[in-house]
Design a protein around this ligand. Structure first.
Ligand code: GTP
Ligand code: MG
Length: 281
């Protein structure tokens, strides 16, 4: 299955079908994630389409013993509808992500004025790529369908908020979830209860409404809040996770845990220092 997911570099599939028409269904919405520019999105969609198309060819042959042009066309058209639904859903997630990002930016502006310093260092947001969605569902043995994406995945829209201080994280969290149109579906406080490897962050799964011409939709957005130091740690940890056959992996894991504790001490002492300089906020 994986071999079918590798990025194709032409618009024609192995079965000789020209994908250009179907690929035109892609929305041209700009992505908030600078690492996923339009070009990559198109490639991702084509990858996905190729996987589904190959899958359908197999289905036709296995189920009916033959692959007729009419049957094939019918399958391709239904695939086209599914692709359209997929893109609509992604657009919904993009809108929800913008809504939550704006809420966070508004809070940052207000708190900056009141406290005379920005609580937020940076905000990064991203929509999960089709490939990553596909792989996550596949790992869990769930079929790649539009309804399954909505049902089983909570991190299609993701926002990472980097703060200087731990108390700002909790202040932002409180301000966010007390808003009338923000629902808190799930919370994982890895700051109070760090993971065994030392990972610290506050994870929220929020539900917010978006209003489109066709009505109101409730969408989930994952928000991860962490300090600059925690983010630094997580980026090194992430690099290690995706690297295979690292020599001395065990000792690196131990060192990471040790450093995580140092970072925790540092974060707490920075608050004390800040308060000694400014007085408690
Ligand atoms: P997944 O979404 O499948 O990861 O499962 P989950 O929802 O149970 O996970 P959780 O909420 O604990 O973590 C979701 C996200 O947090 C991950 O996708 C990562 O971005 C981040 N994360 C969680 N644990 C770690 C960790 O140990 N190291 C790093 N670097 N990031 C982590
Ligand atoms: Mg998750």
């Amino acid at each position: 299955m994986d071999s079918n997911v590798s990025a194709p570099d032409t618009k024609t599939t192995e079965a000789g079908i020209d994908l250009s028409d179907i690929v035109e269904y892609e929305t041209e919405l700009p992505r908030a994630d600078e690492e996923a520019p339009e070009k990559r999105d198109k490639k991702e969609t084509r990858t996905l389409l190729r996987y589904l198309e190959n899958h359908l060819v197999d289905m036709n042959v296995d189920k009916y013993g033959q692959s007729t042009p009419e049957g094939y066309l019918r399958e391709m058209l239904s695939l086209r509808d599914e692709l359209m639904n997929f893109q609509t859903l992604m657009m919904h997630y993009e809108c929800a992500m913008s809504e939550v990002q704006t809420k966070i930016e508004v809070l940052n502006r207000e708190l900056a004025l009141v406290q005379n310093r920005n609580p937020i260092e940076s905000i990064k947001s991203r929509i999960k790529t089709p490939r990553s969605i596909f792989e996550k569902l596949d790992r869990r043995g769930i079929d790649f369908t539009v309804s399954n994406i909505e049902r089983y995945l909570q991190d299609i829209a993701g926002i990472r908020v980097i703060c200087s201080f731990i108390d700002d994280i909790y202040k932002l969290r409180d301000c966010l979830i007390q808003q009338d149109d923000v629902g808190l579906l799930e919370e994982k406080d890895y700051i109070r209860y760090p993971k065994n490897n030392g990972y610290r962050s506050l994870h929220l799964i929020l539900e917010v409404p978006i209003y489109l011409t066709s009505g109101k939709y409730m969408m989930k957005v994952e928000v991860q809040l962490r300090t600059i130091a925690m983010d630094f740690w997580a980026s090194i940890d992430h690099k290690m996770k995706y690297k295979r056959d690292i020599p001395n992996e065990q000792s690196i894991t131990e060192e990471l845990l040790y450093v995580a504790e140092m970072i925790n001490q540092l974060d707490r002492r920075m608050i004390q220092l800040r308060d000694r300089i400014n007085g408690p906020s």
